[in-house]
Design a protein around this ligand. Structure first.
Ligand code: SAM
Length: 342
């Protein structure tokens, strides 16, 4: 579409739908106080989730500032950290109360009491959206249960910022937060993620990124595409993109500093129904390494991954052959297993 500035031609008529949208944004007479814009204030109190910057103070929205300023109390993680944010925004005199994963349950009664007495309670976290890998979810669930009004002043979140800069498909994605730390839970989660067809977003502590990329390469295959977004919105923002094999080399070549999000491409639909040999071998190695009888392990893994026993048997044989085949009991020797798998 050409504009009048290009060559003096007259402007085309504005589409009525576009006009309606423009009117929505520009008028009539928006309230002067941004805190009142689009926020229902039905007489009683409310819980308001307020997004705060993930590293760049310029991302604190005017409506976030106005909402925090007009709150009766602000629940936050680190009160010293949030006090600095408030001071940057020129807000003083609003009391702060701590809200952490470990005391969230204990805070619910007082939050509901404040709201039911007509107060406005703002909930923020140290960075980004509260309730996303941060406290807030249980407060919201309790408020909903109590019939209290819950609203949001949306702000930055590392998960969406990383997703949209990754270059990977955004039409369907899932958020996985931090992977489990315990070896067993982590292995089960990685096995499930290997089959996931949607783009996956994972949070990770910088020191653990090399290990996590290596685990993902084993589970999902070295050619799977990945983006590693670091220090988003900050001075040293960078997004690295490539295959998992390249990512493992990249992450191992220098210390990774700052905050990191891993965005992983989904499994190819053809791949998604077939578990890789690497995943089966890793599951076998862990259980066989603990001295469990081969036959039971093979049966369990074949059933868990819904793959033929014959395939798991041959991987088990390959896993055991180098060092321990001679020590297998007769019933578990290679020839016994092979004949059973026929
Ligand atoms: N509630 C936050 C949000 O909405 O994004 C997430 C809090 S979670 C405790 C912290 C994790 O978010 C970090 O370990 C990192 O994975 C990610 N993160 C936060 N800020 C980031 C940034 N500026 N760049 C990259 N990742 C970030």
């Amino acid at each position: 579409m050409r504009s009048a500035d290009d060559d003096g031609a007259s402007q085309p008529e504005i589409d009525p739908d576009v006009l309606e949208e423009l009117e929505f944004w520009t008028g009539p007479d928006p309230p002067e106080d941004p805190a009142e814009q689009l926020v229902p204030e039905p007489g009683g109190g409310s819980v308001v989730l307020v997004g705060t910057p993930i590293g760049n103070l310029g991302d604190l929205s005017p409506r976030a500032v106005a909402t925090l300023r007009s709150s009766d109390v602000i629940y936050c993680e680190d009160t010293r950290h949030s006090r600095k944010l408030l001071s940057h925004a020129g807000i003083s005199g609003v009391p702060l109360r701590s809200l952490h994963q470990h005391n969230e349950e204990d805070r619910i009664a007082e939050i509901l009491h404040t709201v039911e007495s007509g107060g406005k309670v703002a909930v923020v976290s140290d960075a980004g959206m509260p309730s996303i890998s941060d406290p807030g979810r249980r407060v919201v669930a309790a408020a909903v249960e109590a019939g209290v009004v819950v609203t949001v002043v949306p702000g930055p979140s590392a998960l969406l910022a990383a997703l949209v800069t990754s270059g990977l498909p955004t039409d369907r994605f899932c958020f996985e937060g931090f992977l489990p730390r315990s070896a067993r839970d982590r292995r089960v989660r990685l096995e499930a993620l290997a089959q996931e067809p949607r783009t996956m977003v994972l949070y990770e502590a910088p020191g653990r990124v090399p290990r996590t990329l290596a685990d993902l390469a084993v589970a999902c295959g070295e050619s799977r595409q990945v983006a590693v977004a670091r220090e988003l919105t900050k001075l040293h923002e960078e997004t690295w993109r490539g295959s998992l094999a390249e990512a493992v080399r990249w992450a191992g070549s220098h210390p990774l500093r700052g905050e990191v999000v891993i965005v992983l491409a989904g499994a190819d639909p053809a791949e998604a129904t077939t578990v890789s040999d690497a995943v089966l071998t890793s599951a076998l190695a862990e259980r066989l390494g603990q001295g469990e009888p081969t036959r039971g392990v093979v049966d369990d893994i074949a059933a868990a991954f819904e793959v033929p026993r014959r395939r798991v048997y041959s991987l088990a044989l390959a896993t055991r052959r180098p060092s321990s085949d001679r020590s297998l009991p007769a019933s578990e020797s290679a020839s016994a297993l092979e004949s059973e798998s026929e």
